[in-house]
Design a protein around this ligand. Structure first.
Ligand code: ADP
Ligand code: MG
Length: 258
């Protein structure tokens, strides 16, 4: 994203959702966005997805300006809504129907995707027969169906209990490792961002800006007690609150332009 700004017109006037955002995500990287609600995080994902157009600046994928949605980018929406009248398999398959995939190939693809997200045995269930965590898994499988290079996730685990959330985090890491996707995740949980990401972008609201990008220099697999982990979480929380007086990682934050 090069100097990207996004303004919305609303009945109350113009909302500056993002202003002057520069962000670069390397191929295969896992980057998280954290920051206050209303800070423009969803807008940022929608711009990358091509669902919104920047008011100024440019969004580039592989060096090409984004002009709309495309199969190279998959978005898991904040409220991963499934079609209630379609089975799990049919919900995932829907993402391929718009793609005009040949039926037999589509069937295999859906099977593969469902086993990847641990739902091979729930293909014929309907969404209201699933737990919240399972529904999220279907949303992820659906976003992965067109085999995008970039997976965008908007607070995908926010309304889940801790145990389910941790299992899904581990599974997302596994998918990332296996498929080598580029992932941009929005979360309001700093611990989640530090556990999962190569870098955490701290967004500050009204208008939304990316204040800093913190490289998370902790080996994988990461555990809560691992060296540096807790320090990253604390410092990022402090930074979100806007208090820069503490010592530690905050002083070493990488104020890189991209
Ligand atoms: P976040 O995901 O960080 O909570 P959003 O990107 O959803 O932030 O919103 C950023 C700002 O833009 C908020 O002030 C929000 O009210 C406003 N906004 C988002 N979408 C629209 C829209 N379609 N029309 C008008 N204002 C919007
Ligand atoms: Mg949002």
């Amino acid at each position: 994203m090069e100097n990207v700004s996004k303004r919305y017109e609303s009945p109350d006037g113009i909302v500056a959702a993002l202003e002057g955002v520069d962000l670069s995500v390397g191929a295969g990287d896992f980057v998280s966005m954290v920051g206050p609600s209303g800070g423009g995080k969803t807008t940022l994902l929608r711009l990358i997805a091509g669902l919104e157009t920047p008011s100024s600046g440019t969004v580039l994928v592989d060096g090409e300006p984004v002009t709309g949605t495309g199969p190279d980018r998959g978005l898991v929406f904040q409220d991963a809504t499934l079609f209630p009248w379609r089975t799990v398999a049919e919900n995932v398959r829907f993402a391929l129907e718009v793609d005009d995939t040949e039926p037999e190939r589509a069937r295999h693809r859906v099977e593969d995707l469902l086993s990847m997200v641990g739902l091979a045995d729930r293909a014929d269930s309907y969404p209201d027969e699933l737990s919240g965590g399972m529904r999220k898994r279907v949303g992820i499988a659906r976003a992965l169906a067109p085999d995008p290079d970039i997976l965008l996730l908007d607070e995908p685990f926010s309304d889940l209990d801790v145990a389910t959330r941790e299992t899904l985090q581990a599974d997302l890491l596994e998918i990332w490792n296996r498929l080598g996707k580029t992932i941009v995740l929005v979360t309001h949980t700093v611990g989640e961002a530090v556990r999962l990401s190569d870098a955490v972008a701290i967004v500050r609201g009204q208008p939304g800006r990316i204040e800093t990008v913190v490289d998370v220099d902790v080996g994988r697999p990461r555990r809560r007690g691992a060296d540096g982990y807790g320090e990253y979480v604390r410092e990022i929380r402090t930074s979100i609150r806007g208090d820069h007086s503490t010592d530690g990682i905050a002083n070493k934050l990488d104020h890189r332009p991209n």
